[in-house]
Design a binder for this molecule. Structure first.
Ligand code: ZN
Length: 325
């Protein structure tokens, strides 16, 4: 049997409903928010307001893409999920190295200790925020977030160590891996590393931000031919490109028959959440982008795959793997 590991417990995949696979609902003050102020999402009440609006419009679940010891507030994710009824899948793993102070674990722990951290967050419970004292909570992570910067996965020994640890955690837990792809990085290198070199099944690997990092139709088809998921999460993110531009890429992949390998999200920031006074809210896909897709000929079936069926499959973990631990 397959389950999805959410912050409020394990659920069957069919309970997720409409799911956006890359969002940020809470981020505490840390180096991330110091260098990019628009990422500070530190009001619990605003997060609940955003989730309530999302639920009212038909939203069922989100993946929160903020990893451990990098601004994640796991205790709020759990509380807000229980309060609003929106399923939240939380991330363990790591972000780009520019988001960590010099004294952080990413630079000092060895590969095994890092793998053990990620495994323990999926199997036992996540660590609370810095403010919460990094204490072990009962709620668990359901995905392993990783990142490549513009220099790629082999940019330096720290990245290679972290990715190797994440691959080990994937094999041990069965949880999916979501990789942030920065502009300049080669997404195919990430597929080669995880799938060929480290035995991560292609269907467990998601490449995030490929729509803005590498807007290259033939390359996207080559990536999908390898069996991975592409996460199109630059919807309503006009500092990068228009929704028309986003849809053109999506349609090219749908026309090529890759309906079952696409995931969507908004990659929200403080500057784009209604509850913080911005124009776009967590409900933008439901309210605006889905009608826009329909108007341009994307079928109900294709929309259901990208927003319901694919996330359910992509987030599922074999319960047997988790039970053996
Ligand atoms: Zn993000």
């Amino acid at each position: 049997m397959k389950i999805v590991r959410t912050v409020a417990g394990d659920i069957t995949p069919d309970r997720l409903g409409h799911t956006q696979c890359h969002e940020h609902i809470f981020i505490e003050r840390d180096k991330t928010t110091e260098i990019a102020a628009f990422t500070l999402i530190d009001s619990y009440e605003n997060g609940v307001e955003e989730l309530n609006l999302y639920r009212q419009r038909g939203g069922g679940a989100i993946v929160d893409a903020q990893p451990v010891m990098s601004g994640r507030i796991a205790e709020w994710e759990q509380k807000a999920s229980e309060e609003t009824g929106v399923h939240i899948v939380a991330s363990t793993g790591f972000h780009k190295m520019i988001f960590y102070y010099d004294d952080r674990y990413v630079f000092h722990w060895d590969e095994q200790k890092i793998a053990d951290l990620y495994i323990s967050e999926v199997l036992e419970g996540m660590l609370s925020s810095h403010v919460g004292g990094n204490e072990r909570l009962t709620c668990k992570a359901g995905i392993i977030k990783v990142a490549v910067d513009s220099g790629g996965l082999y940019a330096d020994a720290t990245y290679e160590k972290l990715h190797t640890a994440a691959a080990a955690a994937q094999r041990e837990t069965g949880a999916p891996v979501m990789c942030h792809i920065e502009r300049g990085a080669d997404p195919m290198e990430v597929v080669d590393f995880y799938v060929d070199k480290h035995d991560v099944p292609a269907g467990r690997l998601w490449l995030a931000h490929t729509d803005r990092a590498k807007y290259d139709i033939p390359l996207h088809k080559d990536l999908l031919a390898r069996g991975v998921y592409l996460e199109y999460d630059t919807i309503g993110r006009f500092k990068y490109h228009s929704d028309e531009h986003e849809l053109a890429l999506m349609q090219a992949m749908l026309d090529a028959g890759y309906e079952k390998q696409l995931l969507v999200g908004l990659d929200t920031t403080r500057a784009r959440l209604k509850s913080y006074g911005a124009e776009i809210g967590l409900d933008y896909i439901l309210e605006t982008f889905i009608p826009f897709m329909k108007q341009h000929g994307v079928t109900e079936q294709q929309i259901a795959s990208m927003t319901v069926g694919n996330p359910a499959e992509a987030l599922s973990i074999e319960q047997d793997i988790l039970m053996q631990k």
